[in-house]
Design a protein around this ligand. Sequence first.
Ligand code: ADP
Ligand code: MG
Length: 246
Amino acid sequence: MSQLEHTSAQYRSLRLSAIGRDLVGLVSQAEANDLSHLSFAQMLAEHEIAERTRSRISRHHRQAGLPLDKHLEDFDYRHQTTITKRQVNALLDFGFIDNRENVVFIGPPGVGKTHLAIGIGQKAIQAGYKVLFRTALDLVEDLELAEMKGELKKRISQLAKFDMLIIDELGYLPMTAQARFNLFQLVNALYEYRSIILTTNKDFTDWGEFFHHDNVAIPIIDRVIHHSNIFMLGGESYRLKQKTSS
Ligand code: ADP
Ligand code: MG
């Protein structure tokens, strides 16, 4: 075993795996640039840190379960004029996550609610936050399963490990009373503790009806909209526009 291989193995056994893996390149880079000992020491530390950050972000990306690769850079504000780029950009310092506030996108189908939610989710992951994307339907199924196993509390606390939960498409499909109750338990657990981005086709005035005027309807609305950034999106469906212009 060469000296280099031996040293690489030692770094790996110290769990400095990026240095261990890339030592050959790092050493020759240092030699080529005539780095001082201190600069080389610094370079090794920075390399390990940068690689750990990169792999943490890519792990968060996988865990987020974003259904599509949508980016804010591709969002066309000339088509969607009921929200401005400035309003969206204002969310990207993620003060809303740090302050445990919510974001709600309300509007008819095709106006870009899911695109915006995913785009903001991507940026939050890049910024180091843990994000989880679920459609309301998936989430409700997930909670129902946990509830049947007697593990609702446990499941909710797993979900509460994420800094931000994106709940997509609430209101499109009816829910059972048990589902509404489970959802209330979740929203209650996240209230003032974690952030939610919610997309929905239902205006708050229709929520009572959607929740069958359950005694959970008002408390859910109350918790979601208290400390929240609400955007009412309108305009015509982007999908229809694409159809008609092609
Ligand atoms: P919603 O969730 O409001 O029903 P989506 O976000 O799913 O709508 O948008 C429907 C499709 O149109 C998606 O492919 C989305 O990327 C695209 N889209 C919607 N609005 C815009 C926009 N303003 N600029 C670019 N693409 C858009
Ligand atoms: Mg959608």
